[in-house]
Design a protein around this ligand. Sequence first.
Ligand code: CUA
Length: 331
Amino acid sequence: MRRGSLIQLTAIALVVGGVCTVVALAVPWLPLEGGKEAQRIDFVYWFATVIAIVVFSVVAAVILFSVWKFRARPDDDSDGPPVHGHTGLEIGWTAVPAVLVTAISIVSAIVLAQNGNAGSNPLKIDVTARQFAWSFTYPNGKTFGYLTLPENRKTQLNITSDDVIHSFWVPQLRQKQDAVPGQHNKLVVTPIRLGTWPVICTELCGVGHSIMRSHVTILSNAAFEKWLASGGKAPAASPGLAAFQKNGCASCHTLKAANANGTIGPDLDKLKSEAAKANRGPLAAFIKQSIVDPGAYLEPGFKNLMPPTFGQQIPPDQLNQLVQYLAQNAK
Ligand code: CUA
């Protein structure tokens, strides 16, 4: 190949690779990294993605270059020259992918082994799924409808089901594990930051599948021990915060005070300026209307994806607590 062509090919590959890299880095593709296991999984994800971007850039460069350089001119009816393969190229495009795929397998196997290792003294919690709720039983025999975990400590979840197959998933912890009747599946989690995140059922399990949600709260070790010793009293959570968590607001909205960082709905940390823009009466009234009738006003740039059922679903006093809580935390 002539030197000029090689420079052109390389230039196209660099442009394609640059565009892919910007798309990969500029968009926050992954949820918050909440656990050690999540960090390792993300490493594998980006390892494979970088390889994919390089391979894609090379392939795209060859295709674009060929379309541009070797297209048939309008007056050209001749046949192309006979080509008889290229041994060097063939060895190259077999060996390189083999090496890359092997590298991905090795990295994945190491991460799988590390993520499955519960260590010598994990906290053990029994997780039971049933249509359509989760329950979590601690070593002291206490059972809760939500999960509370200590920070920086390995916890081994022992996951089973009372009826059909469900699946346990906390996006911030990345891992998923099926809950199968008659089977106890293990999942090791090591949270590395405080917060409250959704627990989601991610296996179609019946009509209530989409509402089969709970939440996990990560406490510092001392707060966790206190929580467990006190019989599991919610750690000084305000009723408004409790309502925020209970109704799954965090899965779609960002609110620093609640450690929520959803991006599907408007950012509740900016509620005051959003309300001012909307100009629909007092803040509390605006918040209440936005919850019970989410289509009444839409923040520019957002579609109405919020369930219209919260008005019936949330008891009136809880709704008021939630409205107050959001108004207090609005900036
Ligand atoms: Cu349980 Cu879906």
